[in-house]
Design a protein around this ligand. Structure first.
Ligand code: DGJ
Length: 734
């Protein structure tokens, strides 16, 4: 049983393989949080809660003579509104009578097998091999009759607990929901934790920041209408001394692609509260009697095995429980993308030329990026007109794809469905389809406007026009791009009093469009993109198996970017290509870096000389050999590229620990420096491994504890890959 209700103690224990989570129907029927951490089975942890008369921390009316009970000093599952808890709340609602209060008390619970469902939001799922149970708890405010259902799904084997929330208006008048956090994690003592977050910017996504918690509210957020380059909807709380291999680490990842907020509050008593949900900025959702609102899902994981342990839990979970695409299991093609080779300056002949040259490299698929549609010779026009430009693709799309297929290559295409250019037939026909506040000019960004995806007619236009192109030729890949943040929050289709719903309705509209395009094309490989990795979030990965990690293809920058991304996202999701940027870095190193990802090319293959073609050919062959280790193995960060050092190194090990691939990039060689040894990870200490094609056989223990010497007589920016294979019955030399 993954969920146990103790009828005497009134505790619910959520049990995964290595973690326990406990809550209790506590004093006055408030839902108390008791514990999240290493597995404790069904111990009753309510003894942890101490109650004191705390000055300036009020008491609920029904405990007024018992001054020791204050919600301000109690760990809760769903912090209330205006009940004497002055910390950040889970909910803010304006009731039908204008009052702003929510006093949620336990009403009922239900435990069932399988995973709960949400109506319009993407969620993770249970496979037939998973043992999953759901706990639903109903809270109600006795006066307003507003009800809150808390959902918990326990993925026992994978050590993941998911949470989501539903608010229902059980009263008789319309209410306004102005804040709803999907998950809350209260720690009785949180002073010893660090917060790890993943800030960035365009071209430098998901860098890593770790800070010691101080007594204030730390926020991680996006108010850009998308999950953004600037912050990722993910955080880690870890022991102050946690390392890659040791220490308690908690992760919270949000399955949502719009505005989000995570608040981490260390309070006056060193209690720690972590909230995660939709950002309340310009959020005001009206609920008529009987209507409900669902808050997106949070994926929580706990590992006592340090940051690597936590990453492994998420990687495994993302690979099996997040995206249903067949490409999660099947081998994905190696692609070449035309963007950095030709930008918008191409025609059908040029594309066939690139495909011919790429085929020599061992590439499987040509992606025709931006510029093939409408009137699109630069980025000032054309978006929205999803019709092939026959001045460029003179032979027509179907014939072009056939020509490419005849070369033995597959074909993929680029779209940016959510946007429109003013200079487009779509805008001229439907100027009211954009987000623009009446009487004002909408903010331009890349000189494009945002389509109002809250509208059904806009959604249906996109579904129809994108599907028409996808079905018109043998297209096996689509890159879905979005190149600006969202502003001018206004929908012409909604009355003034419902404009506070626009941000969220945009995201719901987007998910509907994605569902109708992506899930109706199960054979197409979809890759997400937002000016690089701007909307690379867990909800997007329910649709796309891979995401273009950044427009920055400089290999040394990519080392940091891949490192940061790897804390949550599996390597198989990171779009990474060899490009012409950083000419001083050898092609081989670029390939080694891109193999920490989906691997492909972003260059003009027609300009490569014979030597370069041979190098690339060797790279594509190697990638195919290493594919199972990279895509399905366990990934280890061996060095931190944010620290100065001579090398950046990482490795992947097959699940059965029979093979591994170690990658090293020489980033900065200090003159006459010390010899360095790389301590490998994840190997079987007792087995012996052949290192590369050398006649060197070493035990896993030696490789992990004594380390592998990294040759120093190598040029800066060069790279090395060591393939390790477990060998049996080979006499030990070392
Ligand atoms: C931004 C993407 O990140 C690039 O790869 C490219 O597709 C351009 N958009 C095209 O406009």
């Amino acid at each position: 049983m993954s969920i146990v209700f103790n009828k005497t103690k009134w505790t619910f224990t959520l049990q995964t393989r290595n973690s326990s989570y406990q809550l209790q129907i506590g004093n006055l029927n408030y839902l108390m949080h008791l514990y999240y951490g290493p597995s404790l089975e069904d111990a009753d942890l309510s003894y942890q809660i101490m109650q004191y008369d705390r000055g300036f921390s009020g008491n609920p009316y029904d405990s007024r003579y018992q001054r020791t009970f204050s919600l301000d000093a109690q760990p809760q599952e769903f912090p209330t509104q205006q009940q004497g808890d002055f910390r950040v709340p889970s909910i803010q609602v304006v009731n039908a009578d204008g009052s702003r209060a929510f006093d949620g008390r336990f009403q009922s619970y239900q435990i069932s097998d399988g995973k709960y469902r949400l109506k319009d939001l993407p969620t993770c799922f249970a496979t037939e091999n998973d043992h999953v149970q759901t706990l639903e708890i109903l809270l109600e405010d006795a006066v307003s009759k507003v009800q809150v259902t808390l959902f918990y799904a326990v993925f026992e084997e994978t050590d993941v607990i998911t949470r989501a929330v539903r608010v229902t208006n059980g009263g008789t008048g319309t209410i306004h929901l102005q804040r709803i956090m999907s998950a809350c994690l209260d720690f009785l003592n949180g002073a010893g934790y660090d917060l790890v977050s993943f800030p960035g910017r365009y071209g430098q996504e998901r860098q890593v920041e770790r800070q010691k918690l101080t007594h204030h509210v730390h926020t991680i957020q996006s108010v850009r209408g998308t999950s953004s380059h600037q912050q990722n909807p993910f955080l880690i709380l870890c022991d102050h001394d946690a390392t890659e291999d040791h220490g308690d680490c908690y992760g919270m990842a949000f399955l949502y692609s719009g505005n989000f907020l995570a608040e981490v509050e260390l309070d006056q008593y060193d209690q720690l509260r972590v909230l995660m949900g939709i950002h309340p900025k310009q959020f005001d959702f009206a609920l008529a009697p009987g209507e409900s609102f669902e808050g997106p899902e949070v994926l929580m994981a706990f590992s006592a095995q340090g940051l690597t342990g936590l990453s492994h839990l998420y990687h495994d979970f993302f690979r099996t429980n997040l995206c249903k695409s067949k490409y999660m299991r099947e081998t994905r093609p190696i692609l070449i993308n035309t963007w950095e080779a030709a930008f918008m300056d191409f025609d059908d002949r040029k594309l066939v030329e690139i495909a011919k040259s790429a085929q020599q490299l061992g590439v499987d698929l040509l992606v025709m990026d931006d510029g093939w549609f409408g009137k699109r010779d630069d980025d000032n026009s054309g978006l929205g007109d999803w019709v092939v430009n026959t001045n460029k693709i003179k032979c027509g799309l179907d014939t072009l794809v056939r020509q490419i297929n005849d070369l033995g290559m597959q074909f993929g295409i680029w779209f940016e469905p959510e946007m429109v250019s003013e200079d487009s037939d779509l805008y001229r026909a439907h100027p009211d389809w954009v987000m623009e506040i009446p009487g004002r000019h909408a903010v331009r960004s890349r000189n494009q406007l945002v389509l109002d995806l809250t509208r059904r007619d806009v959604q249906d236009y996109l579904i129809r026009s994108v599907n028409q192109v996808l079905d018109s030729a043998n297209i096996v890949y689509m890159k879905w791009d979005i190149n600006r943040s969202i502003t001018d929050i206004w929908s012409n289709a909604l009355p003034p009093e419902r404009q506070g719903e626009v941000y969220h309705r945009y995201v719901l509209g987007l998910y509907r469009v994605m569902d109708r395009i992506i899930n109706t094309h199960p054979d197409i490989l979809f890759e997400g993109c937002s000016g690089g990795g701007g909307r690379y979030d867990p909800a997007m990965l329910t649709f796309y198996p891979q995401y273009w990690a950044s427009d920055n293809t400089k290999p040394l920058d990519r080392l940091k970017l891949h490192y940061g991304t790897s804390f949550l996202y599996p390597i198989s999701s990171m779009g990474a290509h060899v490009s012409e940027s950083s000419p001083h870095v050898p092609l081989k190193t670029k390939a080694v870096v891109s193999m920490c990802g989906t691997f492909g090319y972003e260059l003009d293959a027609t300009r490569l000389n014979a030597d370069e073609i041979a190098v690339c050919r060797e790279q594509t062959e190697l990638f195919r050999t290493y594919y199972p280790i990279i895509f399905f193995g366990d990934y280890y960060r061996l060095t931190d590229p944010f620290q100065t050092g001579n090398f950046t190194a990482w490795m992947s090990v097959t699940k059965d620990r029979s093979a591994a691939l170690v990658s090293v990039v020489v980033t900065n060689l200090t003159v006459n420096g010390p010899q360095e040894y790389l301590h490998l990870k994840g190997l079987d200490a007792k087995r012996r491994y052949r290192v590369g094609d050398k006649n060197l056989v070493l035990s896993g223990a030696a490789l992990m504890h004594a380390g592998l010497p990294i040759p120093r007589e190598v040029p800066e920016f060069s790279s090395m890959q060591f393939y390790l294979e477990a060998v049996e019955n080979v006499p030990t030399e070392h």
